[in-house]
Write a protein that binds this ligand. Structure first.
Ligand SMILES: [Zn+2]
Length: 493
């Protein structure tokens, strides 16, 4: 089996092998905790989860580092308005992010480094860039000198024609259809803000001089080049080096981070370390809202996981929608209907897995076992082809129809049943939704059964009956047996 991943650097699907045998070093850009993560961010974060799970399926050990940006312009503004420190301000949002990841069943990364806890590493890297002439101080701020890094723009395939060597120029868009402005060659001022015009290439801030108020809100640090705080880009370069070394196997992020954030990370890291920064770059597409517009926090009116849960959507359906509805490199539109459809697909998978738990009739399954083996192979091939989970799931749902029909007509045979269980395990290694609800449900049901037993012992039959009726209303029937009370699913009444 050969794993191919679409590498933004080369623009092609390349065979993936880590540098170091069987160990993958992966860095993914995490949340800026100035607010709750919106569901578009969560799509990117679940794409990281799919990626790390498939790397494990492919036999690799994965060390995954995901930063938490707990200092940036917006955080400073918000903390100032709230009259608190940036640490106090960001704390609940950082916790909410980790809770969201858990709710959506993302495997935890090995490290979640926070920017404010790695200022020393950033200062060290900035010092190196200053010594080497890749950075300069201007009015107390430190900027990266783009002209010192001729490869700048290679990741996002910037139109080099528009860039004039050695000058800071405002230039046309990065290959957007019809929108390329002619380079006008005028000097663009260095960029101090964390968020800025994505259409221009400009020296960017590595370090920003402190304002008096920064100190009051705990956002100022001493450095050889003056008291200040780090820019956004340097944190990823410094923290990935700290935990994963100079060269990463994979760096991933949302497509909106490709330029300028990832270009800037490459420029800083390669200028400081003199090594290739990341061998593979993976970018996931946007999640669009119902009107087709990109969902974005700064545009206002964004949807969070909390909003969707409050509207009654099941987290498992949300997870399945975000990873399996569309390939990670295509846009997907969020809507109630799409979430309901995803919930329905999850239910079909779970119902099918449950049917497989029933005793198998000793029946010749005919060609079914062979067919399931073929689908297992096709599913794996789809995932090995740049994580094409939607295609893999297409094979699985086709097969489910056939297998359900076979089960309806008396059984599937032992060999086929065994293969089907393996297939469901293959699928759950990525989607992790098949057994999820049953496990949660089982715990709850067992508790209610224990309460009912206690009530019966106390001869409180009214309570015992109430619990039994409540379970029945939820589609659970109880049966008394010699081994105690057993439960099974029935149609909801
Ligand atoms: Zn980053």
């Amino acid at each position: 089996m050969t794993l191919r991943l679409h590498n933004t650097l080369t623009g092609t699907k390349d065979v993936f092998e880590p540098l170091d045998d069987s160990h993958v070093r992966m860095y993914t850009c995490g949340p800026t905790v100035w607010n709750f993560a919106h569901i578009g961010n969560l799509r990117a974060f679940l794409f990281y989860d799919l990626l790390r799970r498939h790397l494990q399926v492919a036999g690799f050990r994965v060390t995954h580092v995901m930063n938490i940006t707990d200092i940036d312009d917006r955080i400073l503004d918000q903390a100032m308005h709230a009259g608190t420190t940036i640490a106090e301000y960001t704390k609940p949002y950082a916790e909410a992010f980790l809770a969201d990841m858990k709710t959506l069943r993302a495997q935890p990364a090995e490290q979640y480094p926070r920017a404010t806890e790695h200022i020393e590493e950033m200062i060290r890297m900035i010092s190196t860039l200053l010594e080497r002439g890749n950075a300069y101080v201007a009015d107390g701020d430190v900027y990266f000198r783009i002209a010192s890094f001729p490869r700048y723009g290679e990741l996002s395939h910037l139109d080099r024609e528009g860039l004039r060597a050695g000058v800071r120029v405002a230039r046309g868009g990065r290959g957007q259809k019809g929108s390329a402005r002619p380079a006008h060659g005028g000097e663009a001022p260095p960029i101090r803000q964390d968020r800025y015009d994505k259409e221009s290439v400009s020296d960017f801030a590595l370090w920003k001089k402190s304002q008096p108020v920064d100190e009051e809100i705990g956002a100022a640090w001493d450095a050889p080049f003056g008291k200040g705080r780090p820019g956004w880009h340097i944190e990823c370069s410094a923290m990935s080096k700290r935990y994963l070394g100079d060269t990463l196997d994979i760096h991933a992020g949302g497509v909106d981070l490709m330029f300028p954030h990832h270009e800037n990370e490459i420029a800083q890291s390669e200028a400081a370390n003199h090594r290739q920064f990341s061998r593979f770059w993976l970018h996931s597409e946007h999640l669009a809202d119902a009107t087709g517009e990109k969902m974005s926090k700064s545009a206002g009116g964004f949807t969070t996981l909390r909003d969707l849960l409050a509207a009654g959507h099941d987290p498992i359906a949300i997870r399945f929608f975000l990873i399996a509805n569309a390939h990670y490199r295509s846009r997907v539109r969020l809507s109630d209907e799409a979430l309901h459809a995803a919930g329905e697909q999850v239910r079909r998978l779970q119902d099918f897995a449950r049917r497989l738990q029933q005793p198998v009739a000793p029946k010749d399954g005919g060609r079914l076992a062979e067919r399931v083996a073929e689908v297992r192979h096709a599913y794996r091939e789809a995932l090995d082809d740049d994580l094409n989970l939607p295609q893999g799931m297409g094979h699985v749902f086709d097969l489910l129809r056939e297998a359900n029909a076979a089960l309806d007509s008396g059984g599937v045979g032992e060999a086929a049943a065994r293969e089907l269980l393996l297939l469901m395990a293959d699928v759950d290694a990525h989607v992790d939704v098949v057994t999820a609800r049953d496990m949660a449900l089982a715990g709850e049901v067992e508790q209610l059964i224990a309460q009912r037993e206690a009530a019966r012992k106390a001869r409180d039959f009214a309570t015992a009956d109430r619990i039994r009726d409540e379970l029945r209303a939820r589609g659970i029937a109880l049966e008394d047996s010699k081994e105690g009370v057993r439960w099974r699913r029935i149609a909801k009444v």
